[in-house]
Design a protein around this ligand. Structure first.
Ligand code: NAD
Ligand code: MN
Length: 352
């Protein structure tokens, strides 16, 4: 069988609790499906920062460059500014490897009661632009501390950047029934968002059978709560996609279940797989974090490595366990991270 090298960055907080769940489960699947994963553990993150003054080594991304994939937990520490942790690790990896698509699927898993009525059929994929847009280091602050203080934050949108994420989203929509929604705010953000709308609609026009709706982000947030079943693939800028995917995850029960894939189609940089949640300092160290977002991310990684059968077995084991009523506290259950993971491993061991 194949042998894959996967860089493992557990990172901070509950990252260190849910990443081991994923490695245990992937190792079990590897044995059953006759492949091997060589984990390269990286002690990067906030603890590394406190020792070395940076989140990862200077040549961190070079060290990752020959990996088949990267599996990440989360970064973020109460004693560090969030922009240090994000811009010191996550964002450089996404940009260095041009992971311009951040794919964020959600479904209502068995046994989960959504906070909304009638959403058992919710099945949404947010395609988040992942390397430009509102996440920018361009701008500044002046007159710090004075009454005249101000901040300027520039967003950067390029034709290339919008086109490639729109094309990916349109292809995905074409493979899932043809519904594509684009999140916009062209009534208020009058330079970048009209440009986003124009480029998205011209790219999607090349795809026969894909129906595009551009919806203002505020109205879209409301519509997702009121009529989630109306939506399938949603393409959105970096910031809008980030916000919408926490919303869609919550509609599916908890942000603890939702995965993401940072990918660079069709080129062959390493891709990075991570849950959408953060380091959750409020529950870190208690052993109660929901590992499903991390496990689902590992399933997306196995799919990406062309181990589709193992990826499907992983998700069906998770669904079995959920259907049997084993749930963590965020979903109203009492299972601990390790108990949930043990149950997934038992389910895998009984798969044919
Ligand atoms: P968060 O996602 O860490 O937590 C939000 C809420 O959801 C918390 O109440 C938390 O307990 C709960 N939650 C999250 N994941 C859970 C899980 N797997 N199981 C059960 N409950 C879960 O967001 P936050 O509190 O806004 O941010 C905390 C830190 O994480 C900050 O430093 C932030 O910058 C960072 N962050 C990192 C990433 C990332 O690494 N990709 C993403 C988001 C936030
Ligand atoms: Mn987020």
């Amino acid at each position: 069988g194949h042998r894959y090298t996967v860089d493992l960055i557990a990172g901070d907080g509950i990252g260190a609790e849910v990443v081991p769940a994923a490695t245990r489960v992937v190792d079990a699947l590897a044995q059953r499906h006759d492949f091997q994963v060589v984990w390269r553990e990286r002690d990067w993150g906030s603890a590394y920062f406190f020792e070395h003054g940076r989140m990862m080594p200077v040549d961190g991304t070079e060290q990752l460059a020959d990996a088949d994939a990267i599996l990440l937990g989360a970064v973020g520490h109460p004693d560090l500014p969030d922009h240090e942790t994000l811009w010191g690790l996550l964002i450089p990896i996404r940009r260095e490897f041009l992971q311009y698509v951040n794919l964020r699927p959600v479904r209502v898993l068995p046994g989960v009661v959504s906070p909304l009525r009638e959403v058992s059929d919710l099945d949404i994929v947010v395609v988040r632009e992942n390397v430009e847009g509102e996440y920018s280091a361009i701008g500044g602050r002046a007159y710090r501390g004075s009454a005249e203080e101000f901040a300027v934050q520039e967003a950067v949108f390029t034709r290339t950047g919008i086109s490639r994420v729109a094309r990916y989203a349109a292809q995905l929509a074409a493979s899932r029934g043809g519904s594509l929604t684009s999140a916009t705010k062209s009534n208020g953000i009058i330079h970048s968002m009209p440009f986003w709308d124009e480029v998205v609609s011209s790219v999607v026009a090349e795809f026969e059978g894909v129906r595009l709706r551009s919806v203002l982000i505020d109205a879209l947030a409301a519509a997702l709560v009121l009529r989630p079943a109306d939506f399938d693939v949603i393409v959105a800028s970096n910031l809008f996609g980030d916000v919408l995917s926490d919303l869609t995850a919550a509609l599916a029960g908890s942000i603890g279940i939702a995965p993401s894939a940072n990918i660079n189609p069709p080129r062959d940089y390493p891709s990075m797989f991570e849950p959408i949640h953060g380091s959750a300092p409020d529950i870190a160290g208690k052993g109660i974090a929901n590992p499903v977002g991390q496990l689902w991310s590992a399933s997306l990684m196995l799919d990406h490595l062309s181990e589709g059968a193992a990826a499907a077995d992983l998700m069906s084991a998770v669904e079995d366990v959920m259907a049997a009523g084993t749930r963590t506290a965020d979903l109203g259950g009492s299972a601990r991270t390790e108990e949930f993971t043990d149950a997934v491993l038992r389910s895998i061991s009984t798969q044919s």
